[in-house]
Every structure is written in C-alpha cells, then in structure tokens.
Write a protein that binds this ligand. Sequence first.
Ligand code: G4P
Length: 289
Amino acid sequence: MSENKSSINWFPGHMTKAKRKIAEQINMVDAVCEIVDARIPFSSRNPDIPELIGNKPHIVLLNKCDMADMKKTLEWISFYKKSSILAIAADAKSGKGVGEFKSAVMTVLGDKLKKYEEKGMVGKTLRVMVLGIPNVGKSSFINRLAGKSKAKVENRPGVTKGNQWFTVSDKLELLDTPGVLWPKFDSQTVGEHLAITGAVTDRILDTELLAMRLLEILKSDYMPLISARYGMDRLPEDSYDALCLVGKKRGMVIRGGEVDTLRAANMLLEEFRNCKIGRITLEGTDFYA
Ligand code: G4P
C-alpha cells in the first residue's frame, strides 16, 4: 500500500513473544492454515506470517465468507492461486466449507505424503498449525473440525504443555496459534478496516470517521445495497454529508434539525457487522498493488 508506511504495533512485546512461540513450534507441524476474515483479507493478515512459516505448505482459509461478497472471495482465491497458495472459503459459524479443509491438507501435503509412503510410513498423523489474528474465527473453526477433543501433549518433546493441540481424527491434528498473534497496522487504512469489522475495538478510532470510511466503500462498490437498505439512489460526494443523509433517513435528528451523527455512525457500523446491509468485502486484491 502506498500511504503512511509507519507500522504501528499495538503490543510489540506480545508480538515478539507470539512470534518466538510460533518459531519454536513450526517444526512440529507439516503445514500451516492461515485464517483471515474474508471481508478484509489484506488487513486481517499479519504480514509477518510468510517469514514466520518459511517453506511450510500453506493453506489460506477465507473465513466468515457468509458475510463477504462471494465474487470478491473468488477473486481472492484466484489471487492466492497465482502465488501457488491454496485458498479456500469457509463459514466456521455454520460449518459450510470447513469440510474442504481436509482435502486441502491432502493437496498441499501431496509430495510429503508420497515420501512418507515410500518410507513405509502409511497412515502417519498430519499436524497443522492454525494461525491468525484474534477474531478471525480460529476457535470456531477448530471447534467445528475437532469439537472439544484436545490431544494429549505429554509425550511430545519440545511442545509447551497446554491445551493447544486438537484431534480431528487419528490422521489429523491441529495446533492452535501459539500465543496471540496481534494484527499489525501498516497503514491507517488497515487499522480502520480492522475496526470497521470489529476485529479490533473501534474505541481506538473516531466512530464517525469509521462510518464515513465505510460509506465511501459502499458508495463506490455497493450502491444497490445502500439504496435497498436506506432508500436513497445516490449519496453526496462528501462522506460527512453522506453520513448525515443516512442518519436523516433513519430519523436520527436532534434539536435544531441537526443529525445525531454519532448515533447514525454506530447504527451503520452495527448494521454492517451484523450483515444487515448485505454481503460486503472491504478489500479487493488490488490492496496488494
Ligand atoms: P478467534 O478464535 O480467532 O478469536 O475467533 P472466534 O472463533 O472466537 O470468532 C470470533 C467471532 O466471529 C465469534 O462471534 C464467532 O461466532 C464469529 N465467527 C467465527 N467464524 C465465523 C463465520 O464464518 N461467520 C460468521 N458470521 N461469524 C463467524 P462472537 O460475536 O464473538 O461470538 P458468538 O456470536 O459466537 O457468540
């Protein structure tokens, strides 16, 4: 991204700790499943992940696809394919698409499985590390696949004792992200998108500003959804005026005829987060341009 390159880490100490833990345990797994929010595939991805996982076979799971724009999700899948990364769409809440994950593991580990077979190691348990920033749906995904069954860890050398291993079957185990992998703000836009989706608290940014940013995206890419929900054919050029108009349409007018823009902003963000406006993706693959 071209704007403000100064990177803001929320908790640099915590980030270092998480990275160290991931680096310590990466050799214990055969592959990595990186979970991102399909509505913000760029901003919900910790940019340090490629460096952390090195050459490990890699699956990107575009989760919350039930709330994202399917056309854009398919574009993201093609985008990853061009970089030889297998991406799949899933909805860990309902379980849709989660089943595809097992065959994705077999696909990315094809060569390794062949080598195991040649060595007579048929039926070896495959281990996958699940990585992702908070709120992308890691727990929901793991619960969908493994239920509450936690694997025993006592006989596994080098692994911190804890509850982070999960058994999917006798052939597949998942390791939850060791430590908390915080998002990294490489730009103001990344922070805004994380806050708009609710991945990080919106208290760190001005609520009205977030709603105005959301309206800018809606105006450019999802005007029919705006028309259907708020009953207007066009939005004013100025984002603040647009927010006022949405508030006015919803009767959020205070004394003197002024619009309660904070209330309007909260309503808009809440309706976006609950998918009431429709299925919306805030970021296209051109974010990587
Ligand atoms: P995390 O482990 O990565 O931190 O994420 P977690 O599974 O806790 O999920 C964060 C929130 O996102 C949860 O909502 C969860 O239900 C929701 N979620 C996860 N995956 C999906 C998905 O594919 N689609 C949709 N629509 N939502 C998803 P919550 O409001 O925090 O809790 P609750 O609604 O489950 O009570």
